[in-house]
Design a binder for this molecule. Structure first.
Ligand code: PLP
Ligand SMILES: N[C@@H](CCOP(=O)(O)O)C(=O)O
Length: 463
C-alpha cells in the first residue's frame, strides 16, 4: 500500500513514512493510492466482534508491512484500554430510526481520542524501532490539542507543541492542555483563530530547513493515520444497525472535514452508507460550497461550538482530489486560488461527484441551544454544542426510511457554559479529572509569527 499526495508532486510513501511525515512536501495531503474493499461477508463477520477486533480488520490492509499483525493488534488493544465504555463507541437511540454515536468515552472526552490514542502507540513503536525522535507541532481549536498532549505526554522520543487560539477554547479544553506537568509537552497560546494556528503549522511544514532540522511531524487530521483510525467507528455502528443488509446515513458535526472524510472512506470500502451529512455551525463555508459550488473564505465568527470555528477546512482537499478524478494539478490550482484570492469554484462535474456522497446543513446559535434543551427535555441526553449542531441538521435533513446516526463528538462537560445556558444543568467532569480546575496551568504566549514560533520550538526541544 502506497500513499500519494493530493497535489501530485511529492514522492509516494509507505504508511509509516506518511504517518511520520504529516503533510506532503508539495503542500498536499497523503491519501492511499487504492481503497481496500470490505465484502458483504467481511461485514457480516464483524457482527458481535469487539471494537478492537473490527479496528484490526478495517485498518490492517492500509498499514501494509509497516507493522506486523501481532504488533498492530497489541497496539490497538493498548490504544483503547483507557476508554471508559466497553463498547468504546456506543450507539444510543434518540428517536425511531435516529441514533447517537457517543464518541466521548476516551481519556480527553472527545472523538479525537480514537485516533490520537492509537497514533501515540504507533509513533512510539515506529520511533523506537528506528531509533529516531520527532517534534510534533499541532494546531487546535481545543480538542485535537488536548488529545495529542494526552497521547504523547512523557514519551522520550517526542516533543509536542500545541498552538491554540487564546480565549477561543473552553476552559476545560485549555486546562487539559496546560495542566500536564511532563517536560515534553508545551501549550502555546497565540492571537487569532484556529485558522491562524493551522496556517502557521503549514508554514512550518513548508519551511524545509526547519522541518528537517527539528524532524517535524504532525498529528492534525492532515495526517492520514488520524483519518484511518476514525473509519473504524463508522464500520462498527453501520454493522450494529444491519450492514451490509441495511443502508445507513451519518450526520457529522464538521470543521476540518477529517471526521466526515473518514466516513467517506468507510463508504468507499463498501460499507452501505447512503448519505454523509456535513453539519456546520454559523461558520458554514462547507455547507455553502456544497450548496453553490463556490468556496469562499469568510470571517470566522466565534460560536458556542468553538471547535468547529474554522474556515480553512484542510481535509476538503482530500475530497476534491477524488472529485477531480485524482488530478493533483487541478487540486494544486484550486489551493493556489484559495491562497491568493480567498475563493475558488468547484467544476460542475466535481460538484456532482461530491454531492453523490455528501449532503449538508447548518445550525445557527439559537438552533444549537434549542436542540440541547429539546434533547435534554425529550430524551434525557445532554449534548455538547457540536453534537447538537449535528442533531439539529440530522433532524432537518433526514429521510425516515433509513437509519440516521449522528456523531456525538464531545462530552457535554467540556462545554459546561453552553450546556448550562440551554438546560440549567452544569454537567460534571468524570471523577478521574474532577480536580482539573485546581491543577496549576503552564501557558506560554507566543506572537502569531513564524519566526517567533520556530525559535521557541528550537529552544525547547530536548536532544
Ligand atoms: C467536538 C468537535 N466536534 C466536531 C469537530 C469537527 O471535526 P472535523 O474537524 O474532523 O470536521 C471538532 C474538531 O475537529 C470537535 O472538536
Ligand atoms: N476541531 C479541531 C481542529 C483541528 O482538527 P484536526 O482534526 O484537523 O486535528 C480541534 O479540536 O482542535
Amino acid at each position: 500500500m502506497k500513499y500519494v499526495s493530493t497535489r501530485g508532486q511529492a514522492p509516494a510513501l509507505s504508511f509509516e513514512e506518511a504517518m511520520l511525515s504529516g503533510l506532503a512536501r508539495d503542500g498536499g495531503l497523503y491519501v492511499p493510492d487504492e481503497i481496500p474493499q470490505l465484502s458483504a461477508d467481511d461485514l457480516r463477520a464483524m457482527n458481535g466482534l469487539s471494537y478492537e477486533e473490527v479496528a484490526f480488520r478495517v485498518m490492517r490492509p492500509f498499514v501494509g508491512d509497516s507493522f506486523d499483525d501481532e504488533t498492530f493488534g497489541d497496539l490497538i488493544a493498548r490504544a483503547y484500554a483507557q476508554f471508559d465504555h466497553t463498547a468504546r463507541a456506543p450507539l444510543v437511540q434518540l428517536a425511531p430510526g435516529h441514533f447517537l454515536l457517543e464518541l466521548f468515552h476516551g481519556p480527553t472526552l472527545a472523538f479525537k481520542d480514537f485516533a490520537m490514542q492509537l497514533i501515540g502507540q504507533l509513533f512510539e513503536e515506529a520511533l523506537t524501532r528506528r531509533g529516531e525522535r520527532v517534534t510534533i507541532v499541532g494546531a487546535t481549536s481545543g480538542d485535537t490539542g488536548s488529545a495529542a498532549i494526552e497521547a504523547f505526554r512523557g514519551l522520550d522520543a517526542v516533543d509536542v507543541f500545541i498552538l491554540y487560539p487564546e480565549g477561543r477554547v473552553s476552559e476545560v479544553q485549555r486546562r487539559q492542555m496546560t495542566t500536564p506537568t511532563e517536560e515534553n509537552v508545551h501549550a502555546l497560546a497565540i492571537d487569532g483563530h484556529f485558522d491562524d494556528a493551522q496556517a502557521r503549522l503549514k508554514d512550518m511544514f513548508n519551511h524545509f530547513e526547519f522541518r528537517d532540522r527539528v524532524r517535524l511531524a504532525g498529528v492534525n487530521s492532515i495526517n492520514w493515520a488520524r483519518v484511518l483510525a476514525q473509519v473504524v467507528y463508522y464500520v462498527t455502528s453501520a454493522v450494529a444497525l444491519g450492514a451490509p443488509d441495511r443502508k445507513v446515513n451519518f450526520t457529522v458535526p464538521t470543521g476540518n472535514f477529517g471526521d466526515v472524510f473518514a466516513g467517506y472512506i468507510a463508504k468507499r470500502m463498501g460499507v452501505p452508507i447512503d448519505r454523509l451529512v456535513v453539519a456546520t455551525n454559523q461558520n458554514d463555508i462547507l455547507h455553502r460550497t456544497l450548496a453553490t459550488g463556490t468556496h469562499t473564505l469568510d470571517r470566522v465568527q466565534p460560536s458556542i461550538s468553538p471547535s468547529m470555528d474554522i474556515q480553512v477546512s484542510s481535509n476538503f482537499e482530500r475530497a476534491l482530489f477524488d472529485a477531480y478524478g485524482r488530478d493533483g494539478n487541478a487540486v494544486a490550482q484550486l489551493m493556489d486560488e484559495l491562497k491568493t484570492n480567498g475563493t475558488y469554484h468547484v467544476s460542475q462535474g466535481a460538484l456532482e461527484a461530491l454531492r453523490d456522497h455528501f449532503a449538508s446543513g447548518r445550525a445557527s446559535e439559537d438552533e444549537t441551544s434549542a436542540t440541547i434543551a429539546r434533547l435534554w427535555r425529550e430524551t434525557g441526553e445532554l449534548l455538547c454544542p457540536h453534537s447538537a449542531v449535528g442533531v439539529y441538521v440530522a433532524c432537518e435533513t433526514r429521510d425516515r426510511s433509513e437509519p440516521m446516526v449522528t456523531l456525538a463528538t464531545a462530552h457535554p462537560a467540556k462545554f459546561p457554559d453552553a450546556v448550562e445556558a440551554a438546560t440549567g444543568i452544569r454537567p460534571p467532569l468524570p471523577e478521574r479529572m474532577a480536580d482539573l480546575f485546581e491543577r496549576d496551568e503552564r501557558i506560554t504566549r507566543v506572537p502569531n509569527e513564524l519566526d517567533a514560533l520556530e525559535t521557541l520550538i528550537e529552544e525547547r526541544i530536548r536532544t
